[in-house]
Design a protein around this ligand. Structure first.
Ligand code: AHZ
Length: 335
Protein backbone atom coordinates (compact mmCIF):
# COMPACT_ATOMS: atom_id res chain seq x y z
CA UNK A 1 0.00 0.00 0.00
CA UNK A 2 1.19 3.51 -0.73
CA UNK A 3 0.86 6.42 1.62
CA UNK A 4 -1.22 9.30 0.21
CA UNK A 5 0.60 12.57 0.76
CA UNK A 6 -1.40 15.69 1.43
CA UNK A 7 0.63 18.71 0.36
CA UNK A 8 -1.69 21.29 1.87
CA UNK A 9 0.52 23.04 4.38
CA UNK A 10 -1.14 24.03 7.63
CA UNK A 11 -2.00 27.74 7.91
CA UNK A 12 -0.15 28.16 11.19
CA UNK A 13 3.54 27.33 11.07
CA UNK A 14 4.75 24.14 12.73
CA UNK A 15 8.37 23.40 13.42
CA UNK A 16 7.76 19.67 12.79
CA UNK A 17 5.48 17.60 10.62
CA UNK A 18 4.52 20.39 8.25
CA UNK A 19 3.44 17.92 5.57
CA UNK A 20 0.40 15.92 6.55
CA UNK A 21 -0.42 12.39 5.49
CA UNK A 22 -3.95 11.14 5.50
CA UNK A 23 -5.56 7.92 4.37
CA UNK A 24 -8.45 9.89 2.92
CA UNK A 25 -7.96 13.49 1.84
CA UNK A 26 -11.67 14.22 2.28
CA UNK A 27 -11.66 12.78 5.79
CA UNK A 28 -11.49 15.29 8.64
CA UNK A 29 -9.41 12.84 10.68
CA UNK A 30 -6.02 14.13 9.49
CA UNK A 31 -2.84 12.52 10.82
CA UNK A 32 0.62 14.06 10.92
CA UNK A 33 3.12 12.49 8.54
CA UNK A 34 4.58 9.18 9.55
CA UNK A 35 7.82 9.45 7.56
CA UNK A 36 9.35 6.47 9.42
CA UNK A 37 6.94 4.15 7.57
CA UNK A 38 6.82 6.06 4.28
CA UNK A 39 7.12 3.86 1.17
CA UNK A 40 6.85 4.42 -2.60
CA UNK A 41 4.97 1.94 -4.76
CA UNK A 42 7.41 -0.85 -5.76
CA UNK A 43 9.12 -0.97 -9.19
CA UNK A 44 11.56 -3.17 -11.05
CA UNK A 45 14.48 -1.35 -12.75
CA UNK A 46 13.73 -2.85 -16.17
CA UNK A 47 10.19 -1.47 -15.92
CA UNK A 48 11.63 2.06 -15.86
CA UNK A 49 13.79 1.33 -18.91
CA UNK A 50 10.88 -0.18 -20.80
CA UNK A 51 8.55 2.70 -19.89
CA UNK A 52 10.98 5.10 -21.60
CA UNK A 53 12.34 3.08 -24.50
CA UNK A 54 9.02 1.60 -25.60
CA UNK A 55 7.55 5.08 -25.93
CA UNK A 56 10.64 6.57 -27.58
CA UNK A 57 10.86 3.86 -30.23
CA UNK A 58 7.11 3.90 -30.82
CA UNK A 59 7.43 7.65 -31.41
CA UNK A 60 10.41 7.19 -33.73
CA UNK A 61 8.36 4.67 -35.69
CA UNK A 62 5.28 6.90 -35.78
CA UNK A 63 7.03 10.16 -36.68
CA UNK A 64 9.45 8.76 -39.27
CA UNK A 65 6.66 9.73 -41.68
CA UNK A 66 5.60 13.15 -40.40
CA UNK A 67 3.51 15.87 -41.96
CA UNK A 68 5.77 18.64 -40.69
CA UNK A 69 9.29 18.59 -39.27
CA UNK A 70 10.33 21.69 -37.34
CA UNK A 71 14.09 22.07 -36.93
CA UNK A 72 14.92 23.98 -33.75
CA UNK A 73 12.82 24.44 -30.60
CA UNK A 74 13.51 28.13 -30.04
CA UNK A 75 10.88 30.87 -29.80
CA UNK A 76 10.12 30.90 -33.55
CA UNK A 77 9.93 27.11 -33.92
CA UNK A 78 7.76 26.57 -30.85
CA UNK A 79 5.42 29.46 -31.74
CA UNK A 80 4.87 27.85 -35.14
CA UNK A 81 4.39 24.43 -33.52
CA UNK A 82 1.73 25.86 -31.20
CA UNK A 83 -0.32 27.41 -34.03
CA UNK A 84 -0.01 24.36 -36.29
CA UNK A 85 -0.77 21.80 -33.60
CA UNK A 86 -3.75 23.73 -32.26
CA UNK A 87 -5.36 24.37 -35.64
CA UNK A 88 -4.54 21.08 -37.35
CA UNK A 89 -4.79 18.28 -34.78
CA UNK A 90 -4.70 15.67 -37.56
CA UNK A 91 -1.13 16.62 -38.60
CA UNK A 92 1.90 14.77 -37.20
CA UNK A 93 4.45 17.38 -36.14
CA UNK A 94 8.00 16.36 -35.19
CA UNK A 95 10.29 18.93 -33.57
CA UNK A 96 14.02 18.19 -33.77
CA UNK A 97 16.18 20.08 -31.27
CA UNK A 98 19.96 19.70 -31.16
CA UNK A 99 20.29 20.77 -27.56
CA UNK A 100 19.31 18.68 -24.53
CA UNK A 101 17.37 21.70 -23.29
CA UNK A 102 14.83 23.14 -25.74
CA UNK A 103 14.05 26.86 -25.76
CA UNK A 104 16.92 28.27 -27.85
CA UNK A 105 17.95 31.82 -26.94
CA UNK A 106 14.72 32.55 -25.10
CA UNK A 107 15.48 31.95 -21.42
CA UNK A 108 16.59 35.52 -20.70
CA UNK A 109 15.56 38.83 -22.19
CA UNK A 110 18.89 40.34 -23.22
CA UNK A 111 22.45 40.10 -21.90
CA UNK A 112 21.64 38.26 -18.65
CA UNK A 113 18.55 40.33 -17.79
CA UNK A 114 15.32 38.51 -17.15
CA UNK A 115 12.43 40.65 -18.46
CA UNK A 116 11.31 40.10 -22.03
CA UNK A 117 10.16 42.87 -24.38
CA UNK A 118 7.68 42.28 -27.21
CA UNK A 119 6.49 45.07 -29.48
CA UNK A 120 2.81 45.25 -30.31
CA UNK A 121 0.94 43.55 -31.91
CA UNK A 122 2.88 40.50 -30.60
CA UNK A 123 1.01 40.89 -27.28
CA UNK A 124 -1.90 39.12 -29.02
CA UNK A 125 0.14 35.94 -28.99
CA UNK A 126 0.72 36.37 -25.25
CA UNK A 127 -3.06 36.80 -24.79
CA UNK A 128 -3.58 33.56 -26.69
CA UNK A 129 -1.13 31.78 -24.37
CA UNK A 130 -2.57 33.46 -21.27
CA UNK A 131 0.74 35.04 -20.27
CA UNK A 132 0.61 38.20 -18.17
CA UNK A 133 2.55 41.33 -19.10
CA UNK A 134 2.99 45.00 -18.27
CA UNK A 135 1.41 47.14 -20.99
CA UNK A 136 3.80 50.00 -21.78
CA UNK A 137 1.91 51.45 -24.77
CA UNK A 138 3.75 50.42 -27.95
CA UNK A 139 5.34 47.45 -26.28
CA UNK A 140 4.70 44.96 -23.48
CA UNK A 141 7.03 43.37 -20.93
CA UNK A 142 6.80 39.83 -19.55
CA UNK A 143 8.43 39.70 -16.13
CA UNK A 144 10.74 36.83 -17.10
CA UNK A 145 11.58 35.42 -20.53
CA UNK A 146 11.52 31.96 -18.96
CA UNK A 147 7.84 32.48 -18.11
CA UNK A 148 7.11 32.97 -21.82
CA UNK A 149 9.26 30.03 -22.91
CA UNK A 150 8.11 27.58 -20.25
CA UNK A 151 4.42 28.39 -20.86
CA UNK A 152 4.78 28.08 -24.64
CA UNK A 153 6.77 24.85 -24.32
CA UNK A 154 4.38 23.27 -21.87
CA UNK A 155 1.41 24.01 -24.15
CA UNK A 156 3.20 22.69 -27.25
CA UNK A 157 4.27 19.48 -25.50
CA UNK A 158 0.72 18.76 -24.37
CA UNK A 159 -0.63 18.52 -27.93
CA UNK A 160 -1.03 14.81 -28.75
CA UNK A 161 0.08 15.39 -32.36
CA UNK A 162 3.49 16.83 -31.41
CA UNK A 163 6.69 14.95 -30.58
CA UNK A 164 9.86 16.74 -29.50
CA UNK A 165 13.06 14.82 -30.16
CA UNK A 166 15.66 16.78 -28.21
CA UNK A 167 19.39 16.02 -28.05
CA UNK A 168 18.90 15.23 -31.75
CA UNK A 169 20.51 17.23 -34.54
CA UNK A 170 19.46 17.64 -38.15
CA UNK A 171 22.61 16.77 -40.11
CA UNK A 172 21.26 17.12 -43.63
CA UNK A 173 18.14 17.61 -45.73
CA UNK A 174 16.47 14.96 -47.89
CA UNK A 175 16.28 16.36 -51.43
CA UNK A 176 14.29 15.29 -54.50
CA UNK A 177 14.36 16.59 -58.04
CA UNK A 178 10.81 17.10 -59.35
CA UNK A 179 10.64 15.07 -62.54
CA UNK A 180 8.47 17.54 -64.45
CA UNK A 181 9.75 20.92 -63.25
CA UNK A 182 13.32 19.81 -62.48
CA UNK A 183 13.05 21.83 -59.28
CA UNK A 184 14.69 20.73 -56.07
CA UNK A 185 12.23 19.84 -53.31
CA UNK A 186 13.04 19.25 -49.66
CA UNK A 187 11.41 15.98 -48.65
CA UNK A 188 12.58 15.45 -45.08
CA UNK A 189 15.53 15.58 -42.71
CA UNK A 190 18.56 13.48 -41.85
CA UNK A 191 19.04 13.20 -38.10
CA UNK A 192 21.44 11.89 -35.51
CA UNK A 193 21.62 12.02 -31.75
CA UNK A 194 23.61 15.22 -31.17
CA UNK A 195 26.34 13.43 -29.23
CA UNK A 196 26.85 11.20 -32.25
CA UNK A 197 26.76 14.15 -34.67
CA UNK A 198 29.47 15.86 -32.62
CA UNK A 199 31.70 12.78 -32.80
CA UNK A 200 31.74 11.94 -36.49
CA UNK A 201 35.43 12.86 -36.65
CA UNK A 202 36.43 10.59 -33.78
CA UNK A 203 34.45 7.48 -34.73
CA UNK A 204 33.92 5.68 -38.00
CA UNK A 205 30.71 5.03 -39.88
CA UNK A 206 27.96 6.27 -37.62
CA UNK A 207 25.17 6.58 -40.10
CA UNK A 208 22.21 8.86 -39.47
CA UNK A 209 18.48 8.32 -39.33
CA UNK A 210 15.81 9.97 -41.50
CA UNK A 211 12.34 11.48 -41.29
CA UNK A 212 10.24 11.99 -44.40
CA UNK A 213 7.68 14.76 -44.39
CA UNK A 214 5.60 17.08 -46.53
CA UNK A 215 7.20 20.28 -45.33
CA UNK A 216 10.27 21.15 -43.28
CA UNK A 217 10.17 24.33 -41.20
CA UNK A 218 13.67 25.47 -40.31
CA UNK A 219 14.05 27.81 -37.32
CA UNK A 220 17.66 27.18 -36.32
CA UNK A 221 18.53 30.76 -35.36
CA UNK A 222 21.41 32.92 -36.55
CA UNK A 223 24.80 31.56 -37.46
CA UNK A 224 26.65 29.65 -34.75
CA UNK A 225 27.92 26.12 -34.11
CA UNK A 226 24.54 24.69 -35.12
CA UNK A 227 22.63 27.81 -36.18
CA UNK A 228 21.39 28.77 -39.67
CA UNK A 229 21.61 25.09 -40.53
CA UNK A 230 19.25 24.82 -43.51
CA UNK A 231 20.29 28.19 -44.94
CA UNK A 232 23.93 27.08 -44.95
CA UNK A 233 23.02 23.71 -46.44
CA UNK A 234 21.09 25.41 -49.26
CA UNK A 235 24.16 27.50 -49.99
CA UNK A 236 26.33 24.38 -50.15
CA UNK A 237 23.79 22.76 -52.47
CA UNK A 238 23.93 25.88 -54.68
CA UNK A 239 20.18 26.31 -54.34
CA UNK A 240 19.08 29.92 -54.36
CA UNK A 241 16.08 30.70 -52.17
CA UNK A 242 12.98 32.24 -53.70
CA UNK A 243 13.10 35.96 -53.14
CA UNK A 244 10.96 37.67 -50.62
CA UNK A 245 7.95 39.81 -51.64
CA UNK A 246 9.32 42.27 -54.16
CA UNK A 247 10.81 45.47 -52.89
CA UNK A 248 10.71 44.57 -49.22
CA UNK A 249 14.43 44.28 -48.70
CA UNK A 250 15.84 47.78 -48.10
CA UNK A 251 18.22 48.94 -50.83
CA UNK A 252 21.22 49.19 -48.56
CA UNK A 253 20.81 45.58 -47.53
CA UNK A 254 21.18 44.40 -51.09
CA UNK A 255 24.88 45.21 -51.03
CA UNK A 256 27.43 42.45 -51.56
CA UNK A 257 26.73 39.42 -49.42
CA UNK A 258 29.16 38.77 -46.63
CA UNK A 259 29.51 35.04 -46.75
CA UNK A 260 31.93 32.57 -48.38
CA UNK A 261 32.83 31.47 -51.91
CA UNK A 262 30.18 31.85 -54.61
CA UNK A 263 28.61 28.58 -55.74
CA UNK A 264 27.77 27.42 -59.26
CA UNK A 265 24.64 29.55 -59.51
CA UNK A 266 26.18 32.44 -57.60
CA UNK A 267 23.91 32.09 -54.57
CA UNK A 268 25.41 33.33 -51.34
CA UNK A 269 23.78 33.78 -47.99
CA UNK A 270 22.96 37.38 -47.21
CA UNK A 271 24.57 37.12 -43.78
CA UNK A 272 23.00 38.73 -40.72
CA UNK A 273 23.53 42.52 -40.61
CA UNK A 274 24.04 44.85 -37.66
CA UNK A 275 21.35 45.56 -35.10
CA UNK A 276 18.35 47.69 -36.08
CA UNK A 277 15.27 46.79 -34.05
CA UNK A 278 12.78 48.68 -36.20
CA UNK A 279 13.89 47.24 -39.54
CA UNK A 280 14.79 43.80 -38.29
CA UNK A 281 11.51 42.72 -36.73
CA UNK A 282 9.35 43.78 -39.70
CA UNK A 283 11.80 42.16 -42.12
CA UNK A 284 11.77 38.79 -40.35
CA UNK A 285 7.99 38.58 -40.19
CA UNK A 286 7.50 39.77 -43.77
CA UNK A 287 10.29 37.50 -45.04
CA UNK A 288 8.97 34.32 -43.42
CA UNK A 289 8.21 32.07 -46.39
CA UNK A 290 8.78 28.86 -48.29
CA UNK A 291 12.31 29.51 -49.60
CA UNK A 292 12.56 26.42 -51.79
CA UNK A 293 9.77 23.90 -52.40
CA UNK A 294 9.15 21.99 -49.19
CA UNK A 295 11.29 24.23 -46.96
CA UNK A 296 9.94 27.18 -44.96
CA UNK A 297 12.44 29.28 -43.00
CA UNK A 298 11.43 31.46 -40.04
CA UNK A 299 12.96 33.30 -37.10
CA UNK A 300 16.55 34.55 -37.05
CA UNK A 301 17.73 31.97 -39.57
CA UNK A 302 16.01 34.17 -42.16
CA UNK A 303 18.36 37.04 -41.40
CA UNK A 304 21.20 34.84 -42.69
CA UNK A 305 19.27 34.09 -45.90
CA UNK A 306 18.11 37.62 -46.67
CA UNK A 307 20.93 39.67 -45.20
CA UNK A 308 18.57 41.46 -42.83
CA UNK A 309 19.43 43.05 -39.52
CA UNK A 310 19.54 41.45 -36.12
CA UNK A 311 17.04 42.76 -33.56
CA UNK A 312 18.61 41.85 -30.26
CA UNK A 313 16.36 41.34 -27.26
CA UNK A 314 12.90 42.10 -28.63
CA UNK A 315 10.98 38.90 -29.21
CA UNK A 316 7.76 39.90 -30.99
CA UNK A 317 9.18 39.01 -34.40
CA UNK A 318 10.09 35.50 -33.28
CA UNK A 319 6.54 34.82 -32.06
CA UNK A 320 4.85 36.34 -35.12
CA UNK A 321 7.32 34.84 -37.59
CA UNK A 322 6.32 31.51 -36.03
CA UNK A 323 2.64 32.34 -36.50
CA UNK A 324 3.22 33.27 -40.16
CA UNK A 325 5.41 30.20 -40.66
CA UNK A 326 2.51 27.96 -39.60
CA UNK A 327 0.46 29.50 -42.42
CA UNK A 328 3.33 29.15 -44.92
CA UNK A 329 3.78 25.49 -43.94
CA UNK A 330 0.14 24.73 -44.74
CA UNK A 331 0.39 26.60 -48.06
CA UNK A 332 3.52 24.63 -48.94
CA UNK A 333 1.85 21.24 -48.48
CA UNK A 334 2.33 19.01 -51.47
CA UNK A 335 -0.66 16.69 -51.00
O1 AHZ B 1 19.81 24.41 -30.59
C1 AHZ B 1 19.27 25.34 -31.51
C2 AHZ B 1 18.22 26.26 -30.87
O2 AHZ B 1 17.55 25.66 -29.79
C3 AHZ B 1 18.42 24.63 -32.58
N1 AHZ B 1 19.21 24.10 -33.71
C4 AHZ B 1 20.13 24.78 -34.44
N2 AHZ B 1 20.62 23.99 -35.41
C5 AHZ B 1 20.00 22.78 -35.31
C6 AHZ B 1 20.08 21.55 -36.01
N3 AHZ B 1 19.28 20.53 -35.61
C7 AHZ B 1 18.43 20.69 -34.56
N4 AHZ B 1 20.90 21.39 -37.05
C8 AHZ B 1 19.09 22.86 -34.22
N5 AHZ B 1 18.32 21.84 -33.85
O3 AHZ B 1 17.59 25.66 -33.08
C9 AHZ B 1 17.20 26.50 -32.01
C10 AHZ B 1 17.22 27.95 -32.50
O4 AHZ B 1 16.63 28.74 -31.51
P1 AHZ B 1 16.99 30.31 -31.39
O5 AHZ B 1 16.30 30.80 -30.19
O6 AHZ B 1 18.46 30.52 -31.53
O7 AHZ B 1 16.31 30.89 -32.76
P2 AHZ B 1 15.01 31.75 -33.01
O8 AHZ B 1 15.10 32.20 -34.42
O9 AHZ B 1 13.79 31.02 -32.58
O10 AHZ B 1 15.17 32.99 -32.01
C11 AHZ B 1 16.24 33.84 -32.15
C12 AHZ B 1 16.13 34.95 -31.13
C13 AHZ B 1 17.29 35.88 -31.23
S1 AHZ B 1 17.25 37.34 -32.04
C14 AHZ B 1 18.86 37.65 -31.72
C15 AHZ B 1 19.58 38.84 -32.18
O11 AHZ B 1 19.02 39.63 -32.95
O12 AHZ B 1 20.75 38.97 -31.79
N6 AHZ B 1 19.41 36.68 -31.02
C16 AHZ B 1 18.54 35.69 -30.74
C17 AHZ B 1 18.96 34.50 -29.93
Amino acid sequence: DTTPVNLNLPKTSHKQNVIKVTSDAANADVKFADWENFKFAPIRESTVSRAMTRRYFADLDKFTESDVVIIGAGSAGLSAAYVLAKNRPELKIAIIEASVSPGGGCWLGGQLFSAMVLRKPAHLFLDELDIEYDDEGDYVVVKHAALFMSTLMSKVLQFPNVKLFNATAVEDLITRRDETTGELRIAGVVTNWTLVALNHDTQSCMDPNTINCNVVLSTTGHDGPFGAFSAKRLEELGKAPKDVTQGFRPQEQQAAPTSSTPRADGFQLGGMRGLDMNKAEDAIVKGTREVVPGLVIAGMELAEVDGSNRMGPTFGAMALSGVKAAESVLNAFDL
